[in-house]
Design a binder for this molecule. Structure first.
Ligand code: TYD
Ligand code: MG
Length: 458
């Protein structure tokens, strides 16, 4: 028997190395290798223990409908696809201070009041701190089981005694197991603790919610394996200067991943926002140049947001391209198409693009709204205030139809918009309802530019 050799694990990608190095060969990150003692319960090599054989079922055999636990928060029900599924584990990530603990304490409170047994285990705050927060949220009377603990062993033992239906672990990075020599927060610890808690969820039928911190570049700290282990990964987005918070599913084994939940952080915790469009468009002033309202789609729900662009002469050197809430690669593409197909030049000019309200848009249908905002800023011509814009731009300068045009038009009409700049709506050409929003049809990008230019005369 050789003596146990320590290994070095990259904290960024989780790859294992035999010796220390300044840089991880696998992912190229610097200073990420940390020494760890291999798990003591690693399988003994050699003979395999005789075990029970698995039982197979047929693919077309009867399935049971997934039971769902109502979370007490409609927006969260929507994101999870109808509520929590018993026996599942979820990871909830987000920047520090974004409101993860607040949301989950509210969930625990609501569910406890609705006769679910809910446990909230905090590794970051004392029970007194959590109680104070609960008081602020108006949930001090909720029968939530509260504990402040970081060691997984006692936590699992406690859970086996109390058998809660919903368990919140805040946060997974503070948890540690004495099975490993590694320090809390390291990849090995995060992985082992997640594994143990996920296993507990499957075995007991409880819902386990893990809070995960994100790193500077926006990924959940710890290896990707945690994301693979859990059944759903939800991200809490939004900037702290803003009141709006968006909960988005990045992975969901039991539901869709394109639905968002919108919340507003107030004095008494997070409040659901039923009509996000009205919220995102709130505070829109007089029509100014460089702003376009995009009729977008988040999952099944149409959401209207304002896209703001500013094109200004560059002070020195390389012009700046700054984007908030949209993909910078996509902006480069729209700028290139505007230059090549419409002769609008951005050389020597700074371009700033911002999606109002802190929403992150990743729909290609926003292309046309971005182009309209840019053109409006370049020519210094405001777009009509009663107009929404959507459509996908191809490299040739053609504008393609976006999905579910009708839903977008309906939402825009509901909020008082009178027309839309969009490609032709082919889906309901024949039986368009009479009260449908009229479309100013655009089939190429040069079309859009001439429309915008015509606005200054009209
Ligand atoms: P928190 O839930 O502690 O964030 P996380 O767990 O994601 O780190 O969020 C705390 C922030 O929210 C904090 O800066 C204060 C603010 N907040 C409110 O505005 N209203 C409230 O009712 C509460 C509880 C917090
Ligand atoms: Mg917290």
């Amino acid at each position: 028997m050789g003596k146990a050799v320590n290994i070095f694990v990259c904290q960024s990608c989780g790859s294992v190395h035999g010796k220390w190095a300044g840089r991880c060969d696998a992912c190229g990150e610097w200073n990420t290798l940390v020494e760890e003692v291999p798990a003591q319960n690693a399988p003994k090599s050699g003979r395999r223990r005789k075990s029970r054989a698995i039982a197979f079922v047929e693919l077309d055999s009867e399935i049971e409908e997934l039971p769902r636990l109502n979370t007490g928060i409609d927006e969260l029900n929507r994101v999870t696809g109808g509520g929590f599924v018993p026996g599942s584990a979820l990871l909830i990530g987000g920047d520090p201070g974004i409101g993860k603990s607040t949301l989950l304490l509210q969930v625990a409170g609501f569910m406890a009041k609705a006769n679910c047994k809910a446990a909230y285990i905090s590794g970051e705050e004392s029970t007194a701190q959590v109680k104070r927060r609960a008081k602020r949220l108006g949930l001090s009377d909720a029968p939530v089981y509260l504990a402040a603990e970081t060691s997984i062993g006692p936590i699992i033992d406690g859970l086996m005694v109390e058998k809660p239906d919903v368990i919140i672990i805040d946060s997974i990075q503070t948890m540690w197991t004495d099975q490993l020599g590694a320090a809390p927060g390291t990849v090995a610890q995060v992985r082992a603790c997640s594994q143990e808690l996920t296993r507990y969820a499957k075995k007991s039928g409880a819902v386990v919610l893990l809070v995960g911190h994100v790193t500077k570049d926006g990924q959940i700290a710890g290896p990707r394996v945690v994301e693979h282990m859990v059944d759903a990964v939800l991200y809490f987005e939004g900037d702290r200067a803003n009141q709006f918070r968006i909960l988005r599913a990045h992975k969901n084994r039991f539901g869709p991943t394109d639905e968002i939940g919108v919340f507003e952080m107030g004095g008494a915790g997070l409040v659901e926002v039923e009509n996000p469009s009205a919220l995102f468009l709130d505070g829109r002033g007089e029509a100014a140049s460089g702003a376009a309202v995009f009729a977008g789609l988040e999952g099944t729900r149409p959401v209207l947001t304002e896209i703001q662009a500013l094109v200004a002469p560059a002070a020195f050197g390389t012009p700046r391209r700054a984007v908030v809430g949209w993909d910078s690669g996509r902006l480069a593409m729209v700028l290139a198409v505007l230059e090549a197909r419409c002769g609008v030049s951005f050389g020597g000019k700074d371009v700033y693009l911002n999606v109002a309200g802190g929403l992150k848009i990743n729909e290609p249908a926003a292309d046309l709204a971005v182009a309209a905002a840019l053109a409006s800023s370049v020519f210094d011509i405001p777009l009509p205030a009663d107009c929404v814009v959507f459509g996908e731009i191809s490299l040739s300068g053609d504008v393609r139809q976006a999905s579910r045009t009708d839903a977008r038009l309906k939402e825009a009409a509901k909020l008082g918009f009178k027309r839309a700049i969009a490609p032709q709506n082919k889906s309901t050409k024949k039986d368009a309802s009479p009260d449908q929003l009229p479309i100013i049809e655009i089939s190429t990008l040069p079309d859009l530019i001439s429309r915008v230019e015509a606005l200054s005369d009209g």
